[in-house]
Design a binder for this molecule. Structure first.
Ligand SMILES: Cc1ncc(COP(=O)(O)O)c(C=O)c1O
Length: 470
């Protein structure tokens, strides 16, 4: 059934409260103002406020209006599980392939893969830029050399942009890649050998686990907090005995938790790993998409030893179809560049120049500014809908950036079974155990919030909640 107007209005405000835009004790606009601004009737505005009151989110104070209540108890952070002390072999590829493939079927509501809706991406601008670059620089296709893997104008732009987050990067340490996934794969190959152990976040991004599996590496799960990211204390313990060959993590808006490590933790991690000679592979794909007004710095900016390899791409801001990213590999530059040559010989020169021009013209910056707010709104809408429709006892992480939401259901809910029922009804999501090589998080799931809020998305989240309650 289509959502009623007052429900929609209430959901909007619930989202703002869940996301911390409206804080405890703050006054909501009067119903009269609300009616005017949102172009609804007074009675719709009143009903919306009553809804929020019933949901425990706001309280009415005589003669003064509606105020945000202290945080509702249901909305606490998930995570913080006890992880295995020993490294484990990763065996997820087969199951993941089945889940991801089914999630991608046409007609499925895309709450699975962490992907933006294409309508949010500057596809037309990219088309124009490709045509223009191809026309103006015909020599770009005259045979790029396998030893000349970077387009200098792009490297210049990447260095310039890094000034916004504690750079500058050194132009010589940059290797342009086909995606962030390739960047991470190259780094792993450069600094590990089959059988080695890599410390990862728990819960952590499943493609990272797949990379470990494909390279014959073991994973050591490090507890990761919903707001502050990987526990540096746990990593400290885990790396004392010399058994860890590398650390692989997302410090800014981790996937799936949306956590951002505080600067102090980043500094400590950088220093500790440099002192122990454990290379850090940092995935900063969401760095530009954090919700705070100040763009968080990556661990890389706290590293003076060249020990951190920073990987990123333009998949979440411009288009995942571009397949372009980079790594700033510090002292591992040569080893990474060698792996790049062996792996794919280079990166399409036209795409590199297109990206260089998108960065130089300011188009990228404008896109990021809009998209950051868009993703934040979508995450908040999803949080509000989960709070409303999921069974009692459901908890959520509170993402500080990115476009996914981690949901923890009551203990007895098996999200692998929930996924099977959901996908049979053409609703995608990703079961929680795929974010842990030891199969933790069986009662959790991750929702993609990359799509503008719509009746279809709202209906799918609601239905997931109903299935979970069954
Ligand atoms: C943390 C993280 N890293 C990397 C990627 C993939 O990036 P790319 O498309 O550049 O390989 C994703 C996409 O979901 C992601 O969430």
């Amino acid at each position: 059934m289509a959502e009623l107007r007052y429900e929609k209005l209430a959901d909007d405000f619930a989202g703002l409260i869940a996301g911390g835009v409206l804080r405890a004790g703050e006054r909501l606009p009067s119903v009269r103002r609300l009616a005017q601004e949102r172009r609804v009737s007074i009675s719709t505005a009143v009903q919306a406020m009553r809804q929020l009151e019933m949901r425990g989110l706001v309280e009415a104070r005589p003669q003064s209006g509606f105020f945000v209540r202290a945080r509702p108890p249901a909305l606490v952070s998930a995570g913080g599980r006890a992880t295995p002390e020993a490294p484990v072999a990763v065996d997820l590829n087969q199951r993941l392939a089945a889940v991801l493939q089914a999630n991608q079927r046409p007609g499925v509501v895309p709450l699975g893969a962490a992907l933006p809706a294409s309508e949010l991406l500057p596809v037309a601008a990219l088309h124009r830029r490709y045509a223009s670059v191809a026309r103006r620089f015909p020599l770009l296709l005259n045979g790029a050399s396998h030893t000349d893997i970077n387009d200098p104008p792009l490297v210049r732009q990447l260095v310039r942009r890094s000034l916004a987050w504690g750079g500058p990067l050194d132009a010589d340490e940059i290797v342009v890649t086909n995606s962030c996934t390739e960047a991470m794969s190259l780094c792993l190959r450069a600094v590990t050998r089959p059988g080695d152990t890599v410390a990862v976040e728990s819960p952590g991004y499943y493609v990272m686990l797949q990379l470990l599996e494909s390279l014959g590496l073991k994973a050591l799960e490090i507890p990761t907090e919903p707001e502050t990211g990987m526990s540096v204390a746990a990593l400290d313990l885990a790396t004392r005995s010399g058994q860890v060959a590398a650390v692989l993590l997302v410090a800014n808006a981790s996937n799936p938790l949306g956590s951002v490590m505080p600067d102090e933790s980043k500094r400590k991690l950088a220093q500790l790993m440099a002192a122990r000679g454990v290379p850090v592979i940092e995935d900063d794909i969401y760095g530009d998409l954090c919700f705070d007004a100040r763009r968080p710095w990556p661990i890389k900016s706290f590293d003076s030893a060249g020990n951190v390899m920073l990987c990123a791409s333009f998949s979440k801001c411009l288009s995942p179809a571009l397949r372009i990213g980079f790594v700033a590999a510090g002292r591992h530059r040569q080893a990474v560049a060698l792996q790049k040559m062996l792996s794919s010989g280079g990166t399409n020169p036209i795409t590199q120049r297109v990206l260089a021009e998108m960065l130089e013209s300011g188009a990228y910056e404008r896109q990021v500014r809009v998209l950051r707010r868009q993703y934040q709104g979508q995450v908040e809408q999803t949080m509000a809908a989960v709070e409303r429709h999921f069974p009692a006892g459901t908890r959520m992480a509170r993402p500080l950036g990115g476009l996914v939401l981690w949901v923890e259901l009551p203990e007895d809910v098996d999200t692998a079974a929930l996924w099977r029922r959901a996908i049979a009804e053409n609703i995608a999501c990703v079961p929680g155990d795929l974010f842990s090589p030891s199969g933790l998080y069986r009662n959790c799931l991750r929702l993609n919030c990359g799509n503008p809020w719509s009746e279809t998305v709202a209906g799918a989240v609601k239905r997931l909640g109903e299935l979970a309650a069954e």
